[in-house]
Ligand binder design. Structure first.
Ligand code: IFM
Length: 444
């Protein structure tokens, strides 16, 4: 069990969520459509055709949810702003009712003594911008910069912690290379420019936020997985190196001034076509923190037939007895490994801005006894403590997620919440893991 003395007094504990996954109300009060609204309505894209139109209804239930959060002693809430609620077509005229919604959420958090941590882009690009090419079109850097500036100017008097992007590797990879996430584009000709324009937007967004106001903590977040070779053969070791470059280094290294990891990933040379003079320098910024988001590890092997990376994953289901609802191995040591790996870049500080697990919930007599989630969270927190004791400058931890929500292409099947949602009635039940986290926070 982790005790207060184990952590510095000011370690940040919180929960995380995102706009598209929780808000519902996808066309309420002047909101414009996002790429996820469009993609999730396409046939065959989402598990059992689940729709996010209502989700956990945070747009209408936020007072209830924030009060519940408070009752659970949670003092830090990470959520995202939906760009198309603020700018329905991505640019131009502001939608006052959308702004008002986030004003109310932020003000209520502050009234309740909950610190709001805001992510500016958690994958729900305004559809109107995708119609102009989305992240493939370099103009996105300017559109995004304007949106960042608006949010910092308007909300920055009250919100002190900002994250520019959420997991750029995931939305560019799944959305612009594999086509399994919005906007459903495929291939390197989409992926490569989407990478470069996201990386530029990330560093420029950080600089804009830092220049518009003092006293903010401005960061950005990265998905990461420990990458281990299947065997000790040189081929598998090289495969692991390539996958690590793609999964863990692609976005953090240009931000850190190291450029793209082209040496370990030769296909990235294609990015040169999209580089303008000065871009190499522009990719570098000095965030006040970086957020790392780790859930598992991957085991990889050499694969002659996989284009670009000549590597493939060894399915966790074929390696271990138990996996989560996402088919991810439960491997808390990955958290420790990733904290050390990312601390090598010497950013000012690290936060674990997401970590959690999806397991099926069984509701019995109005209770959810999710012991597996409790074990998962406790063992991950123990790994963070270990890394911190070893000198890693990690300063906080956010559970993904506060409530169950819409898990992208997986729909509502995986449940990540500390709080169970009955999607029919919108009833909330604090799971055993939620009670455990609440007691843990109360004891600090
Ligand atoms: O639900 C997602 C979140 O949107 C981004 N990080 C991983 C989570 C679990 O898959």
């Amino acid at each position: 069990m982790v005790k207060r003395a184990d952590f510095e007094k000011d370690f940040v504990w919180g929960v995380a969520a995102s706009a598209f996954q929780t808000e519902g109300a996808v066309e309420a009060d002047g909101k414009g459509l996002s790429i996820w609204d469009e993609f999730s309505r396409r046939k065959g894209k989402i598990y059992k055709g689940h729709a996010a139109d209502i989700s956990s209804d945070f747009y209408n239930q936020y007072t209830r949810d924030i009060a519940l959060m408070k009752s659970m002693h949670i003092n830090n809430f990470r959520f995202s702003i939906s760009w198309s609620r603020i700018f329905p077509t991505g640019t131009g005229e502001v939608n006052a009712k959308g702004v008002d919604f986030y004003d109310r959420v932020i003000d209520l958090c502050l009234e309740m003594g909950i610190n709001p941590w805001v992510t500016l882009y958690h994958w729900d690009l305004p559809l109107a911008l995708q119609q102009k090419g989305g992240w493939v079109n370099r103009d996105i850097v300017d559109y995004f910069s304007d949106y960042v500036a608006f949010c910092i100017n308007h909300f920055g008097d009250r919100v002190k912690q900002w994250m520019i992007l959420n997991e750029p590797m995931v939305y560019t990879g799944a959305g612009y290379f594999l086509g399994i996430h919005a906007p459903g584009k495929r291939g390197v000709d989409n992926f490569i420019p989407a990478i470069h324009h996201s990386a530029l937007s990330q560093s420029k967004g950080i600089r804009i936020a830092q220049s518009l106001r003092t006293g903010l903590e401005v960061g950005t977040t990265f998905s990461c997985s420990a990458i281990h070779p299947h065997t000790a053969s040189q081929k598998d070791l090289n495969a692991a190196k390539r996958v690590d470059a793609l999964v863990n280094r692609l976005f953090v290294e240009p931000l850190n001034g190291l450029g793209y990891p082209m040496q370990d990933l030769p296909f990235l040379r294609k990015i040169e076509k999209y580089m303008h003079p000065g871009d190499e320098i522009a990719l570098h910024a000095e965030p006040d923190f970086i957020g790392i988001q780790n859930y598992t590890r991957e085991v990889v092997k050499h694969s002659y037939f996989t284009p670009y990376i000549n590597s493939s994953l060894v399915n966790a289901k074929n390696r271990v007895d138990e996996v989560t609802e996402m088919a991810w191995e439960i491997y808390p040591q990955a958290m420790h490994e990733m904290l050390h790996q990312f601390s090598k870049y010497k950013f000012k500080k690290l936060y674990v801005t997401e970590n959690g697990a999806a397991f099926p919930d069984i509701v019995e007599n109005g209770k959810v006894h999710d012991i597996k989630r409790i074990n998962y969270l406790q063992s991950n927190i123990a790994e963070i403590l270990k890394a911190k004791k070893e000198g890693v400058n990690v300063e906080g931890y956010f559970v993904w997620s506060f409530t169950d929500n819409f898990e992208w292409a997986e729909g509502y099947r995986p449940r990540f919440g500390l709080v169970h949602i009955d999607y029919e009635s919108q009833k909330r039940i604090i799971k055993a893991s939620g009670h455990w986290y609440s007691n843990f926070l109360a004891d600090l």
